[in-house]
Design a protein around this ligand. Structure first.
Ligand code: ATP
Ligand code: MG
Length: 326
């Protein structure tokens, strides 16, 4: 039996801060976007929004802080979040700027390339408002996505929300979620490092583990992060599953589920949303890891970044009927 290191769900919802986007996906693989081609969308998206949608869908308390434009791209997001049980009282509707967007095409080697409109869209125009302050005052946990750090206004909101939540006994998780298209300056790097030390739970993927620790080698990086005060580390390994590390040396490995990958976007975000929700609902790391791997795997079977996010019943069904990779 492993200890739950996150504040219980009953303390208040998990809050996620950051970009809310629509995603428009090329349906053909290759060079893309240099001439006209078929596209599908708009899908509700943005890593923080995907995370919180899965968190709500699996039955965890969930709330979002961000902004959308006063347009149908905004409404497609608000409708989805509300449907899945996410409190959107902290989502501002910006009267002047359009909802943020991400256009994506997949390359022949399986990699993906985005054309973003985030910094100059409503997605980046959120701040510390009375509605956000009220939400932070009743929330139990803050989840931060590294991608949100690229937005100028995000830091103030993250810092104040973290302070309010920690003051009432709440906790914090951090997914570095580095995107090669988003550049970080020295100040953002410093904030990244600060978030690592503030984290009760860290959810890196691949090389983000070593980057967060500032140390090479998986074991050395894990040891360093525990020295920095992190309470639990869950390393995402894509098709190879995931590992939970705890400071007392406990290690839990989970194999991935064998699925046909249609659209890899959002796997890590759904994984995180399911993991945080399960841990806050008091489930042991083993159970939370199984649901998290199922949420990530189920999401890649559907086209669109959050179209495969599962309810508890859908994930139970998926787990019962899907083979594990060995
Ligand atoms: P993202 O690209 O969304 O940021 P990530 O890099 O943070 O993702 P991944 O490790 O790619 O995270 O995916 C998270 C989890 O989802 C994995 O640990 C795995 O359990 C599951 N998953 C992802 N891709 C696959 C796949 N192709 N097959 C099976 N499971 C998968
Ligand atoms: Mg990720």
């Amino acid at each position: 039996m492993t200890r739950t290191i996150l504040a219980p769900d009953a303390l208040g919802p998990t809050v996620c801060v950051g970009e809310i986007l629509v995603e428009i996906v090329a349906t053909t693989i290759g060079e893309g976007f240099r001439e006209a081609q078929p596209l599908i969308g708009p899908f509700p998206s943005g890593a923080p929004a995907i995370f919180i949608d899965q968190c709500g869908r699996i039955g965890g308390g969930a709330a979002m802080i961000g902004a959308v434009g006063d347009d149908d791209f905004g409404r497609v997001n608000l409708d989805r979040l509300r449907r899945d049980g996410v409190d959107v009282s902290g989502v501002a509707v910006d009267p002047d700027f359009p909802t943020g967007s991400a256009f994506v095409r997949y390359r022949a080697d399986g990699s993906r390339d985005f054309v973003y409109n985030i910094a100059t869209s409503a997605a980046a125009r959120f701040g510390w408002t009375p509605a956000v302050e009220a939400l932070a005052g009743r929330a139990g946990h803050l989840h931060v996505m590294g991608s949100a750090l690229a937005m100028p206004g995000a830091w103030t909101v993250i810092e104040k929300t973290a302070d309010a939540i920690k003051a009432r006994g709440g906790t914090l998780s951090f997914d570095p979620n580095l995107r090669k298209e988003l550049r970080y300056d020295a100040e953002t790097e410093a904030r990244f490092a600060r978030l690592v030390t503030m984290s009760d739970l860290l959810l890196p993927s691949g090389a983000e583990l070593e980057r967060a620790a500032g140390v090479d080698g998986e074991a050395a990086a894990v040891a360093r992060l525990f020295e920095l005060g992190v309470g639990e580390i869950v390393l995402k390994r894509g098709g190879e599953g995931a590992t939970c590390f705890q400071p007392d040396g406990t290690r839990v490995d989970t194999a991935a589920f064998a699925v046909e990958e249609i659209d890899p976007t959002g796997a890590g975000d759904c994984f995180g949303g399911a993991y945080v929700a399960c841990r806050r609902l008091g489930e042991p790391a083993e159970t939370a890891l199984t649901y998290a791997c199922a949420a990530g795997a189920r999401n890649v079977t559907a086209r669109g970044p959050m179209e495969g996010a599962g309810t508890r019943a859908e994930l139970d069904d998926f787990i019962a009927n899907t083979r594990r990779m060995s």
